[in-house]
Design a protein around this ligand. Structure first.
Ligand SMILES: *[C@@H]1O[C@H](CO)[C@@H](O)[C@H](O)[C@H]1NC(C)=O
Ligand SMILES: *[C@@H]1O[C@H](CO)[C@@H](O)[C@H](O)[C@H]1NC(C)=O
Length: 387
């Protein structure tokens, strides 16, 4: 655009301030997947956000090669961004071509951010190969990260082949993540689907997650988390934790996980804490209406996590687990012990409820094992004897 054209573009749009749609191609983004379009994306976002109250930002069909994008909502007067994507955003396939310890696309301190549609492809295969051959590799980037932001909407978005976590929600209030797909192979290391921590009011609904690590992982400091209608697999299941690494840590409370199917995953629903002193806690959790198909550990509480007996030999976990309900959980276990509640010797679990839990192994009912766990179970003898 000539300076005059830019002037008119700017001037014209200023008068239409709200609901104007900015097409990244007008800022020079190339849709051939080869020419770096980072600058075009950044200048579009920077330009639009800094002058308009509510930005609608449009990415047409095509492939866009993008390096790291960091968007800080505090630098502009606008506090809202809505991105409509029909195309695919591609990270460089060479992990050394971007800052590879942090986030690929990051939003921070944005008050209202909505992303509709599109594919975010982290092209992580070369980094996974490095990690799987145990060479000295960079940590890798989270594909899409939201820090200290409020009122997040993600709808109909696909995030795939991330180097590390696919979606991170950290320090946020109110997020609705729905109709999302996470697609990565089962052998991709550290590729959690959605990781949520230090956040409240996050909902994750009607999404398909297949990856090499946890489908959804729930870190310290979460409250009022709602997870419903998820298909998980391959992957390591839905996990609260690991918690309790720190001696001073915020707890996790009021978590609902319902209508989830797990297919050939390592775990189904898990709570995992380090065997170390901590003031953390997990309370008021409901796991309900869940179907397991060939899951290795369908229901598991592991409070003795201490890989290689390093940093915690013979210690008990300080994380207090209470009021956790498992209700209407059916299907098949890939191992004999389908319910394994291994609670802390220093802080036993209390208020565990197992109701209508019926899991089979081969042609019989699967076993249950409980250590330091108190509560009640209805139905099968194996379960009621366990608690
Ligand atoms: C628990 O969280 C849900 C949202 O996930 C919320 O609607 C409900 O009010 C919360 N309950 C309490 C007791 O805070
Ligand atoms: C438990 O599951 C098995 C196998 O799916 C089924 O045959 C049996 O009827 C179930 N029992 C109850 C009480 O639901």
């Amino acid at each position: 655009m000539s300076p005059l054209a830019i002037f008119f573009f700017f001037f014209f749009n200023l008068s239409l301030a709200t609901n104007t749609i900015y097409n990244v191609q007008n800022f020079g983004a190339q849709s051939n997947g080869k020419i770096d379009s980072t600058k075009a994306f950044l200048s579009c976002m920077g330009f639009c956000m800094c002058f308009y109250e509510r930005l609608h930002y449009y990415v047409p069909r095509g492939n866009y090669l993008i390096r790291n994008i960091y968007f800080n909502g505090q630098t502009c007067k606008s506090n809202a961004i809505a991105i409509h994507i029909d195309g695919t955003l591609l990270a460089p396939s060479d992990y050394n071509a971007i800052d590879n310890d942090g986030s690929w696309i990051k939003f921070e301190k944005v008050n209202r951010v909505s992303i509709y549609g599109g594919i975010f492809d982290g092209q992580g295969a070369s980094l996974w190969a490095c990690k799987n051959s145990k060479k000295n590799c960079p940590k890798g980037t989270t594909a899409l990260a939201f820090y200290n932001s409020n009122n997040i909407v993600m709808s109909g978005v696909t995030v795939q082949n991330s180097q590390m976590f696919h979606i991170l929600v950290d320090g946020c209030h109110n997020a609705m993540i729905q109709g999302v797909k996470v697609l990565s192979p089962g052998n991709s290391p550290n590729t959690d689907g959605i990781h949520v921590q230090s956040s409240s009011g996050v909902s994750i609904m009607n999404s398909n997650i297949g990856t090499g690590d946890d489908c959804i992982s729930i870190g310290p400091g979460n409250s009022n988390l709602w997870i419903e209608g998820i298909a998980c697999g391959p992957g390591h299941g839905i996990s609260i934790g690991s918690l309790g690494w720190e001696s001073q840590e915020q707890g996790v409370q009021n978590v609902t996980v319902k209508m989830v199917s797990f297919t050939s995953t390592e775990n189904g629903v898990r709570v995992k804490t380090w065997a170390r002193p901590s003031n953390g806690f997990v309370r008021n959790v409901l796991f309900q209406h869940i179907v397991m198909s060939n899951v290795q550990n369908p229901i598991i509480i592991d409070q003795n996590y201490c890989p290689n007996h390093e940093s915690c030999p013979n210690q008990g976990s300080g994380v207090k687990i209470s009021d956790v309900t498992y209700e209407d959980i059916h299907g098949t276990s890939a191992t004999e012990i389908a319910v394994k509640l291994d609670c802390s010797k220093t802080n036993p679990c209390s208020g565990i409820t197992l109701e209508d839990v019926n899991l089979s192994y081969k042609n019989g009912r699967a076993e249950a094992s409980c250590v330091n766990a108190g509560g009640r179970a209805s139905g099968f003898e194996e379960l009621s004897k366990c608690l």
